[in-house]
Design a protein. Structure first.
Lengths: 133, 133
């Protein structure tokens, strides 16, 4: 089986983030998409999403490593809900590295030119419900 | 604050399921929506989704009670990702009731007539990733 085209898009996004190539990254987002930066904080629109990614990259001293694990894509009515295991590695501030696993949820929309664009990027998945407690 | 219109839609869907009013229920789904019936089994299109809901209702002997808990809606590019705590109560087959809590994920799309329609209904949330192991 060929991998779902959205898996390839997400891999391309991870490469673009690692390479700090935010122009390429933004090609995969819808104009008025939403990014959950952290629980309770949402960046809206490509300009703000781009700024958020730059801030995240700076925060992790360019040492954030993102790896994708198991993925399920559920397509319905030209939308796709993506459920994905994501492993993050980043500096712990004391010379070591921290590893954390999240289950992310993304929404994509199929455009008339047959391209998938991300409309909602929520790497926190359902753990958002823990956020404000 | 007013509740998000999608919360009212989900409440209306729960009432329609309890009342076995599947005509009303289907008004909230896009024509080619997808419903995760259980991990690995997806119903596609309104006809199949309707049949799946009837089968689920029969399976639980019309005694499935659905209650919604905390909800977060993230809107982006005329999509909405809904993360929602859902409490299910149903007969255990021995005269008692079972209660189980899920964290559901739903995708909605805003139509040109300003109505939200469900495109992907995944009541299993990110626990889908446990499904096939």
């Amino acid at each position: 089986m060929h991998p779902h085209p959205i898996r390839q898009i997400i891999e391309a996004c991870d490469k673009a983030i690692s390479a700090k190539d935010f122009d390429s990254l933004m090609e995969y987002y819808a104009e008025d998409a939403a990014l959950v930066v952290k629980p309770g904080m949402i960046a809206r629109g490509k300009d703000n999403i781009r700024k958020a990614f730059i801030a995240i990259s700076d925060y992790f001293q360019d040492k954030l490593i993102v790896e994708q694990g198991e993925m399920q894509v559920i397509e319905g009515a030209d939308n796709a809900l993506v459920i994905m295991e994501t492993v993050l590695r980043f500096p712990d501030g004391h010379g070591g590295m921290v590893e954390t696993t999240r289950r992310a949820t993304y929404v994509f929309r199929l455009e008339s030119n047959n391209r998938w664009l991300c409309t909602v990027d929520n790497s926190y998945g359902t753990s958002l419900l823990d956020g404000d407690k």
